[in-house]
Every structure is written in C-alpha cells, then in structure tokens.
Write a protein that binds this ligand. Structure first.
Ligand SMILES: [Zn+2]
Ligand SMILES: [Zn+2]
Length: 379
C-alpha cells in the first residue's frame, strides 16, 4: 500500500502547508474554491484538524469544523485526538470549542492519558481547568423542560445558554461570579430559579453512584451559595429602598473590603468559609480536605482553597498577572497612576478604586510620581 502522504493530492498537501504556516486567509480562499472532505491524513495519521489543533489555531479549527471535519476522528499513530493536541497547545478557548462540538473528554492516547491529563502533564493549567469545568449542554436540558407533574420548567428555556455559560466559568472568585451573573442576560432577574437549579444539580451529581463527581457537586453548591448571597443582598436593597436596587455592585464591594492591615477581605473570607461548611456531603474527601486546610494554623485564603478544590492544585502560581479585584489570570491592565496593581479591565479597576485609592498615592510615590492620573481617578 502506498503511504498516506504519497497518495495525497496537491490540494491536500497545500492544506497541510497552510495550516502548518498558520496562513488563515490563504487557507480560507483555498477551502472556498474547492469542495474537499476533511478526512484525509498525512504520513503520521494526522488530519488537517489535528494539525490545526497542534498549532493551537482556533480560527483555522473553526474553519475546518465548518467544513465538516470530525472532531473525534483519530488515526494518529499515538492516538492523540484533536482535543489531546489542543490541550497540549495550551489554548483553552480552542479546547472549549472542540468540546462544544462534542469532543470526547475520556479518549486516551497510547500511554493511557486523557486530554486533561496531558494538559496537566505539560503544565497547561488553563486547559486542565477548562476541560474539567466543561458541562455538556444535555446536562441542563432536564431543567428547561417541565418534568413529571411540573407545569413549568425549573429554568425558563430562554436562559439555557446564559446559564450554561455561567456554570462553566473557571474563575470562581466570588466577585467574578457576581460579575458574570450580572453579565449573563436574564440570570440576575431569575436568581431564585437559578439558585434552585444549582442546588438540584449539586444533589444530582452526588447521587450518580460510581459516576459521582464531588468536585462538580461542590462547584454547583458553591455557585448556589453566591447566588443565595446575591438574593439576600437584593432583598436588603429593596427593604432599604436603595436607589440602584437593580445592581449588585454593593455586594461586590462588600466582598472586596478589607479593613485590617493583614489584607484579608473579612466579609469575603467569612462568606467563603461558611459556603464550605454548608456543603451537605460531609463524608466526601473534598469536604474533609477543605475543612482541614482551613482549620490549619496560618491557613491560605479561603478563595484559594475553594478555587483549588474546584480547579485542582496548581503546580506553580504566577501571581504577577492576577486581577486584584476578581482573581482573573492574565490581567494586563495596570493602574496607570501607581503601576503597582493589575486589572482585567476598567470595570474591575472601578470596582476596586474605593479600596485602592489610599494605597495608590503611597505606591505611586515609590514608582512614577509624574504618571498620568488614572482613569478611575477622574470619575
Ligand atoms: Zn478582574
Ligand atoms: Zn494605583
């Protein structure tokens, strides 16, 4: 039999070359002009999709999926699926794209490792977290249809997409969860329903027998606690006839406030510890570990304990680029005045300003006193 590479047509060879060189627009032109099935492979059994995943190029992968490439097809000599290769590339969004197209999470390569395990092996923690936090859309179908004697579904069907996105969030910092709740259309207005569904998902997750996933159960539990806190806050606002009762910014600020010099936001810390304590599955290993860690002398912050429980312990933590408001990684906007703290965006900077204000002047003097007035300062 002739080797796969020898039997490739010119166009097929060109497709591989363009993918290898990340030539997006050239590839687009080529694909538009030729109707080609995407099921051919090179001498190593790699399909165009696998090559694009290896390169970590999401745009090209999207193009190939649109062209009908099979997300699970795998003739690779070492059984690396597209998701394995995406996980190795370090592009978490690409992993998400493949999973939302049905990529199998449990496929193993010839050394018996799943995509998440391969990502962990090479230290791509964002990919590990994205894969482990992925929830198939089918898991929420149950909640958007009336069940049994119900006259209406637990979750209004038009909230399915928002809710799905909300529960897959990787960053579980309470401020980020609150921001996301506010940003996902319709969720804040339906907070009571959202909270009930999360509780139900938690309980369902713990009653799957051998399939039980206590990490996911805890995640649903934790999110339900944040939503419950939001509901409580909204009620207080209403009772006080607050002017802006439709925003939960006040709660975010409560989470951020620290009045002592130890830098621990006391309200947030107490809230997170309480959320852990309220997890009803006290026999689970995860619960015991969290409680033990929090009870130690000089414990880590509760947000890092909760985050590690849900996303796994990180081998190393690069704190240099974390948003001081919401804990998001790769926050690359600096406070322009002191250049000592980083944020994801202006929204995070604005939220944090009431805390940062004093420190900013102090920090600014040691850095660049002549720096421009920060955006937040003008407000
Ligand atoms: Zn942020
Ligand atoms: Zn500053």
């Amino acid at each position: 039999m002739a080797s796969a590479a020898e039997s490739l047509t010119d166009i097929q060879k060109q497709i591989f070359t363009k993918i290898t060189n990340n030539e997006v627009s050239e590839l687009k032109t080529l694909l538009a002009a030729n109707k080609i099935k995407m099921d051919f492979v090179d001498e190593n059994g790699m399909s165009p999709l696998q090559h694009a995943c290896y390169k970590g190029n999401k745009e090209i992968v999207q193009m190939l999926l649109d062209q009908g490439a099979d997300v699970n097809a795998c003739q690779h000599e070492h059984a690396y699926t597209p998701l394995h290769l995406a996980a190795l590339s370090g592009n978490a969004e690409l992993c998400h794209l493949l999973m939302s197209h049905g990529a199998r999470l449990t496929a193993t390569n010839d050394v018996g490792r799943t995509p998440a395990q391969m990502a962990a092996f090479v230290g791509n923690h964002n990919c590990v977290a994205t894969i482990n936090n992925f929830i198939p859309k089918a898991d929420i179908d149950y909640y958007v249809k009336p069940q049994g004697l119900q006259t209406e579904s637990m979750l209004p069907p038009h909230l399915a997409d928002s809710f799905h996105k909300f529960i897959m969030q990787v960053n579980v910092h309470p401020v980020r969860v609150a921001i996301n709740l506010q940003r996902c259309p319709g969720l804040l207005e339906n907070a009571v329903k959202v909270q009930k569904v999360l509780e139900s998902m938690r309980n369902k997750e713990m009653t799957r027998g051998t399939e039980t996933n206590e990490v996911m159960a805890f995640k649903y539990h934790y999110l339900s606690c944040v939503v419950a806190e939001v509901i409580k806050f909204q009620k207080q606002q209403k009772a006080m006839k607050a002017e802006k009762s439709d925003t939960i910014e006040g709660l975010m600020k409560k989470f951020l406030k620290c009045s002592k010099s130890d830098g621990i936001p006391e309200y947030q810390e107490a809230f997170l510890r309480e959320s852990v304590r309220e997890f009803p599955y006290r026999e689970s290993t995860l619960f015991r570990q969290m409680v033990a860690t929090l009870a130690a002398s000089d414990p880590p912050s509760a947000v890092s304990v909760v985050s590690a429980a849900i996303n796994g312990q990180r081998a190393f933590s690069d704190n240099a680029q974390v948003c001081v408001t919401c804990g998001e990684d790769k926050a690359n906007k600096k406070c322009s005045k002191c250049k000592a703290v980083q944020y994801c965006d202006r929204e995070c900077q604005r939220l944090h300003w009431f805390m940062h204000k004093k420190a900013c002047t102090r920090l600014g003097q040691t850095n660049t006193p002549s720096a421009k007035i920060s955006e937040a300062d003008k407000e």
